[in-house]
Write a protein that binds this ligand. Structure first.
Ligand code: HEC
Length: 161
């Protein structure tokens, strides 16, 4: 879960990242998700958008639908063939960095990169990669961050009520 403080910290980390770690990613203003994942060490990716901005979340939801994520996760993220995104259970954790890698690489490659299931959902199956050979390809990191902002916003709604 993302607290106000944590998001301030991540914003600071992001600024620090701009100066150093993500130099490769910055060279191209909007790298593909795979480029971003490959250029940055695990745990260093930070959502450049404000996770409490309802406009970005709304845009992210539109992209989620356009990209076909709803085919497995349902139009409101409530789940279907894939696990729900709207509950408080996160199979590999709730870090935006982890979610970004999960969607980009798919969960088989994510596991090969050292991640393991720390929680289980009713659905226990691998998610295909979106970066190569997957059902859909997300060309832009910005678009994927917007989707992730929407997913984060679902959790905030739950927290508030
Ligand atoms: C072919 C079906 C399918 C599609 C399409 C799909 N997913 Fe998934 N997704 C899954 C499955 C299955 C899992 C569970 C993976 C696991 O347990 O290893 C999952 C897991 C996730 C998780 C982690 C959920 C949790 O509870 O921890 C997120 C976030 C996610 N998907 C986002 C997306 C996004 C964003 C898209 C569109 C770009 C997408 N998915 C497209 C099947 C799919």
């Amino acid at each position: 879960m993302m607290s106000k403080n944590l998001s301030t910290i991540t914003t600071l980390l992001f600024s620090a990242g701009l100066l150093g770690l993500s130099a490769t990613a910055i060279a191209n203003e909007d790298p593909t998700p795979l480029e971003l994942v490959t250029a940055n060490p695990q745990g260093t990716l930070v959502n450049p958008f404000d996770p409490t901005d309802p406009e970005i979340a709304k845009e992210g939801h539109q992209i989620f639908m356009e990209t076909g994520c709803n085919g497995c996760h349902g139009g409101t993220g409530g789940g279907g063939m894939g696990p729900p995104l709207s509950n408080q259970r996160w199979v590999y954790g709730d870090e935006p960095d982890t979610l970004f890698r999960l969607v980009t690489l798919g969960t088989q490659t994510l596991q090969e990169n050292g991640y393991s299931r720390i929680a289980s959902e009713k659905v226990k199956a691998p998610m295909p990669p979106q970066a190569s050979g997957g059902i859909v390809i997300i060309e832009s990191s910005e678009r994927l961050w917007k989707i992730i902002t929407w997913i984060q916003s679902l959790h905030q709604e739950k927290d508030n009520g």
